[in-house]
Design a protein around this ligand. Sequence first.
Ligand code: UDP
Length: 238
Amino acid sequence: MSAPLGYRRVLLKLSGEGLMGSREFGMDRAVIEATARDVKAVVDTGVQVCLVIGGGNIFRGISGASQGMDRTSADYMGMLATVMNALAVQNALEQIGVDTRVQSAIPMSAVCEPYIRRKAVRHMEKGRVVIFAAGTGNPFFTTDTAAALRAIEVNCDALLKATQVDGVYTADPKKDKDARRYETLSYTEVLAKDLRVMDASAIALSRENRLPILVFNMHGDGAFAGVMRGEGRYTIIE
Ligand code: UDP
């Protein structure tokens, strides 16, 4: 069975901050477990799912650099942070019976598989959730760009970007009561209006390869599964 939106293979991008819950740092186990249940609900419909998880709840290269660290070293630390998040989400998924594989862009053979595109596709065909860790493996990138890159490489039908609000707004809805939510947006509009929903390289890559991006709110039980059923509120960038 495929989802009403018609997507058969999707990539879900979770930010590291999304795993913090109400904490200031690190991971909230309850949030991770709820996320795992949400992913399972989608997998159970027969949709193939892969994940990219950020690392901002643990370390961001830019903040290391702002304190005087060499930017490349700081970015490698950020990439390692995403591996910790990937292992946490893998564990939660496996505890509820979802087969998973973590593939890292930085080989770490004692911990997980290296990123191998054809293997990732095969895992998904077998119903396994593949978690892509360590971003693109290169400093000066973000996990948003890694998400667009992997989604395109493994032929996903869409990239679902989980955020703290239910789509893309004309202004920050937490600060401006007149902020209006877009139902749809073009990639070019996102870039031209400098709507900072994802970084410009992720948007440009998606535009070039016609990868639709759905921006939705991950809060609330079953938000990802809801969007995959075509329910709830979200903005589509295409
Ligand atoms: N990072 C990187 N290259 C990549 C992906 C990530 O250098 O391809 C580093 C970068 O320092 C970034 C950190 O990993 O700040 C964590 O990723 P990100 O900030 O994208 O996480 P999120 O904001 O989604 O939690």
